[in-house]
Design a protein around this ligand. Structure first.
Ligand SMILES: Nc1ncnc2c1ncn2[C@@H]1O[C@H](COP(=O)(O)OP(=O)(O)OP(=O)(O)O)[C@@H](O)[C@H]1O
Ligand SMILES: [Mg+2]
Length: 203
């Protein structure tokens, strides 16, 4: 039975899909049988994996789409039967039922937390949903840019109750350039560090 991690943040563009790819690919590279479940109705993760396939270098993890909140529990159940790890990519805003279903289905929730305080408005609501579902969770700081902004962002997140992992995603074009490819370079390194830190945390 697979362990299920949901990458969540109710805000859009919080790097959920990028974190999902980095983590899922690192776990697959470490030898786990991984399935990424795309809950975005626009299919961002699916399109990423299809682009990698078209390039002739498919992702290491399998990716499937998940069109509705109603289907999510069943689909995850069937995915978990034969996988080691399922990573659920939370949807963009406007799909709150799906976002909550993803959290409900998970064994562990990874909060994708933007470093910029101005982008952190959805964090308390996401944490409240995770706590209401009774799920263990941790935050990962994304697009950490300059030290001052990142430190201010860390303090704000701490005050909101988001315990942050040490691994953080630095801002930079090499990340954005990874779209459409199997993870490589800085995205791959970020994923490997993230996978090791989460594995140590959940045992
Ligand atoms: N470290 C980074 N530095 C710069 N840009 C980044 C970085 N990581 C991701 N991006 C870019 O930020 C944008 C949003 O990332 P992503 O699609 O992962 O967010 P998301 O939370 O999945 O969005 P949505 O809510 O729409 O699903 C993308 O254009 C991505 O390429
Ligand atoms: Mg996304």
């Amino acid at each position: 039975m697979a362990f299920k991690i949901a990458v969540a943040q109710f805000k859009g563009g919080a790097q959920k899909t990028t974190v999902t790819v980095a983590l899922g690919e690192a776990a697959a590279e470490a030898g786990l049988d991984v399935e990424g479940i795309d809950t975005d109705p626009m299919g961002g993760l699916l399109r990423w994996s299809m682009a990698a396939e078209a390039e002739g270098r498919p992702m290491r993890m399998a990716v499937t789409g998940m069109p509705s909140a109603k289907e999510l529990p069943d689909r995850i159940h069937s995915a978990t039967a034969h996988r080691d790890l399922v990573v659920i990519d939370g949807p963009p805003p406007g799909a709150l039922a799906l976002a909550k279903a993803a959290i409900e289905a998970a064994d562990f929730v990874l909060l994708s937390c933007p470093a910029r305080p101005a982008d952190q408005d959805s964090v308390p609501a996401t944490i409240a949903a995770v706590k209401a579902a009774g799920k263990p969770f941790a935050g990962v700081l994304t697009v950490a840019r300059n030290t001052l902004m990142t430190d201010t962002g860390r303090v704000a997140l701490h005050d909101m109750g988001a315990q942050l992992l040490e691994t953080e995603m630095r801002y930079g074009d090499p990340f954005a350039d990874n779209y459409g490819h199997r993870s490589r370079g800085v995205l791959r390194k970020f994923g490997i560090d993230l996978f090791h830190e989460i594995s140590a945390k959940i045992g």
